[in-house]
Design a protein around this ligand. Structure first.
Ligand SMILES: Nc1nc2c(ncn2[C@@H]2O[C@H](COP(=O)(O)OP(=O)(O)OP(=O)(O)O)[C@@H](O)[C@H]2O)c(=O)[nH]1
Ligand SMILES: [Mg+2]
Ligand SMILES: [Zn+2]
Length: 251
């Protein structure tokens, strides 16, 4: 969550069409953006590496699970789709680039500026991943909009997602209104409208599974935070006690 600074308008979530492609992870980024109150935009990069028919398949997979989020396909190599990205950028708005190492975030900035402004780096052959070329946040001011390049994220954990999950999975939230029990956990209950929707192919089972996983992570994080808070409070009390006893010359 810390990766997203304040005063950002849009999150450009970059994912490449090869090994980095992962819809569960896209939903994680969406959750982080939603929790940070920034508008997500998905950018599929490196489309030069696949055929058009494969690209259409990936786009429809995304479409089945993620609604209401714009998706753009680009290639920094062939410059496919770059003008479209240029055309959506707006003066006065700030965009931050999010995504794994090696997906082409910095190269995209170079494409947009037409200059070799940002350092980019080859993918590691042995692990087929980026080498974390960008090591710190950088701000680039364009004619149209301000871009913030970020180091590639190693993992996209759900921490204090506030209502990010609810926004990302609003379809599930809407269904949940019709669950028989108001405190339904959508896991085993009879009369659960969410489970019924999966049964009737109205809700994507993978999307549901991803939601449940992140919900659990969020709860773990919250209970950890609560435990930490309690421990700190207890420690504070202990210090106070010792000081008091010391004042009273108990030892
Ligand atoms: N085939 C292909 N390769 C690309 C494309 N865009 C970037 N690359 C290559 O992917 C590698 C990584 O690109 P970077 O722009 O450094 O990736 P990054 O997302 O900034 O990575 P970090 O800074 O490590 O987070 C480089 O070798 C780029 O040349 C593309 O559209 N197509
Ligand atoms: Mg970079
Ligand atoms: Zn339910």
């Amino acid at each position: 969550m810390e990766i997203i600074a304040t005063n950002i308008d849009y999150g450009l979530i970059v994912q490449s069409v090869n090994r980095d492609f992962n819809i569960n992870r896209l939903e994680r980024y969406l959750t982080i953006c939603n929790a940070s109150k920034i508008d997500p935009i998905i950018i599929l990069s490196k489309v030069d590496l696949i055929e058009e028919i494969q690209l259409n398949e990936l786009l429809s997979q995304i479409n089945n699970r993620i609604k209401d989020v714009p998706v753009y396909a680009i290639s920094n190599q062939s410059q496919y789709g770059i003008n479209e990205i240029k055309s959506i950028l707006t003066r006065g708005k700030t965009y931050c680039l999010l995504g794994s190492s090696g997906v082409g975030k910095s190269t995209l900035i170079n494409s947009l500026t037409g200059k070799e402004m940002m350092e980019t780096g080859a993918i590691s052959q042995s692990i087929d991943r980026g080498k974390h070329v960008t090591s710190h946040r950088e701000l680039i001011v364009l004619e149209n909009g301000i871009l913030i390049d970020n180091p590639g994220m190693r993992e996209v954990g759900i921490t204090n997602a506030s209502d990010g999950l609810e926004m990302t999975f609003d379809e599930i939230m809407d269904l949940a209104e019709d669950c028989k029990f108001s405190d339904c956990s959508h896991s085993i209950e009879k009369g659960c409208a969410v489970l019924a929707a999966i049964e009737n192919d109205k809700l994507d089972a993978d999307s549901y599974a991803n939601f449940m996983r992140m919900e659990k992570e969020k709860m773990h994080y919250e209970s950890d935070a609560q435990t930490r808070k309690k421990k700190e409070k207890d420690f504070g009390k202990m210090i106070k006690n010792v000081q008091k006893q010391r004042r009273n010359n108990k030892f």
